[in-house]
Write a protein that binds this ligand. Structure first.
Ligand code: HEM
Length: 149
């Protein structure tokens, strides 16, 4: 008696024609992973180890960083690359474990909604950030705000 074993990596929807999004998603995970090693460890090193390290982190520290175009670009890249990386990774996990089409649709929908909301909120935080909010005590603000205190 012979037993036929199903190919374990058979895709749910076999790729036919046009752009192979699954392949580009696979490549994105590797390329963004490499970029994230630099971005995340650079971020942790500068925030936690350089100068006074973790003790220096307060509102003024963050406000100072977010007025520097270098850190604005760094933080934006980290936000977008990590969020899309995480969401695409979760999409893979949903595809691996959710077998019912309806469950998949709900989970994928939740992923898209939460990812888009966080991308908008995070990007607004970086670009609409006010380092010198009116009426704040001078000791909490960066020195360039010019508030006597
Ligand atoms: C040092 C930075 C990172 C590197 C080098 C990295 C690398 C990778 C790689 C290569 C994969 C694909 C694995 C596979 O297909 O089998 C992956 C999957 C994944 N990553 Fe990352 N990643 C990093 C940071 C992150 C961050 C910050 C998040 C969350 C926001 C995240 C969430 C995920 C998830 C959810 C998966 C899917 C796991 C799975 O399929 O079982 N990763 N990562």
């Amino acid at each position: 008696m012979s037993v036929t074993i199903e190919v374990p990596n058979t895709p749910v929807r076999p790729h036919k024609r046009g752009v192979n999004w699954e392949k580009w998603g696979w490549i994105y995970m590797r390329v963004s992973g490499i970029a994230l090693i630099v971005l995340i460890f650079g971020h942790l090193f500068v925030n936690l180890m350089v100068g006074d390290g973790v003790k220096a982190i307060d509102f003024a520290f963050v406000a100072g960083k977010l007025t520097n175009p270098f850190w604005i670009v760094w933080d934006t890249a980290m936000l977008w690359l990590a969020l899309i990386h995480g969401a695409n990774g979760m999409r893979t996990i949903v595809n691996d474990y959710a077998t019912r089409e309806r469950t998949r649709m709900i989970l994928h929908g939740a992923l898209v909604v939460s990812t888009v909301a966080l991308l908008i909120l995070g990007t607004l935080t970086i670009y609409a950030f006010d380092p010198c909010p009116a009426g704040s005590p001078a000791e909490h603000l960066p020195s360039f705000c010019g508030v006597a205190g």
